[in-house]
Design a protein around this ligand. Structure first.
Ligand code: HPA
Length: 236
């Protein structure tokens, strides 16, 4: 069995998965954090691996960038491979003064300008894509246990990385903490197919200050986020 975008047999993918955008991040996570990781797909160079973390089977797979791309993988992972817990591990741009470079941020909700979400509901409903509460609660508790500070709140998932029309001041005024490009689709599709989803980020750049992380700084906060995500993924 395989799907158009994932070349794996059903049992090869664990029921809990970490989802970085970059396929090489998936390789890095598999090689650095998982035991006995084996590649299960490389269609379009989107790499997927399954291994174990503290003895529990966990997979990790790239999703590409943007909501159309992540939607394809999330749909196939849930509906064809039976994945139940999906944790996006990505980077975001900080937008708010409460958010600093290198912070780990968890998206309680993901506002969006996505036409994908609007197309589902038509013009009358403004759907609120939200994190699975049980994963959110566990992730915050795990971060506390590990003594790693996390911020939690509303973010925005946008369709355009280069967007000269977006009103960042208004978003900030309404408490949007950061910008990224995938979480709203992940939360919406997971809700539709009764799976649990959570999006965690490290703040790689900041829209207020114009700062961005060095590669080394990015790696340290990225590793902290991965540890929080893995500890959360293996809990039942
Ligand atoms: N915009 C959109 N997505 C992002 C950004 C950004 O500034 N930084 C990391 N992901």
């Amino acid at each position: 069995m395989s799907t158009p975008h994932i070349a794996a047999e059903r049992g090869q993918i664990a029921d809990r998965i970490l989802l970085p955008g970059d396929p090489l991040r998936a390789k890095y996570i598999a090689e650095t954090f998982l035991d006995n990781a084996k590649e299960y797909t490389h269609v379009r160079n989107i790499l997927g691996y399954t291994g174990t973390y503290k003895g529990v089977p966990v997979s990790v797979q790239g999703t590409g960038m943007g909501m159309p791309s992540i939607s394809i993988y999330v749909h196939e992972l849930i509906t064809e491979y039976g994945v139940k817990k999906l944790l996006r591990v990505g980077t975001c741009g900080g937008m708010h003064r409460d958010i600093k470079l290198r912070d780990v941020l968890i998206a309680q909700a993901a506002s969006t300008d996505s036409s994908m979400i609007r197309n589902i509901f038509g013009g009358t409903i403004n759907y609120a894509p939200i994190a699975d509460y049980s994963l959110l609660e566990k992730a915050v508790a795990n971060a506390r246990k590990m003594n790693l500070p996390v911020k939690v709140g509303n973010i925005i998932s946008v369709d355009r990385f280069y967007d000269e029309d977006i009103d960042n001041d208004k978003l900030r005024a309404y408490g949007i903490l950061a910008v990224e490009m995938e979480a709203a689709a992940l939360y919406t599709i997971a809700a539709r197919y009764h799976a649990q989803a959570l999006a965690l980020f490290t703040v790689s750049d900041h829209l207020l200050t114009g700062e961005s992380c060095t590669a080394e700084e990015r790696q340290t906060s990225f590793n902290d986020m991965i540890r929080i995500a893995l500890e959360t993924a293996i809990e039942d």
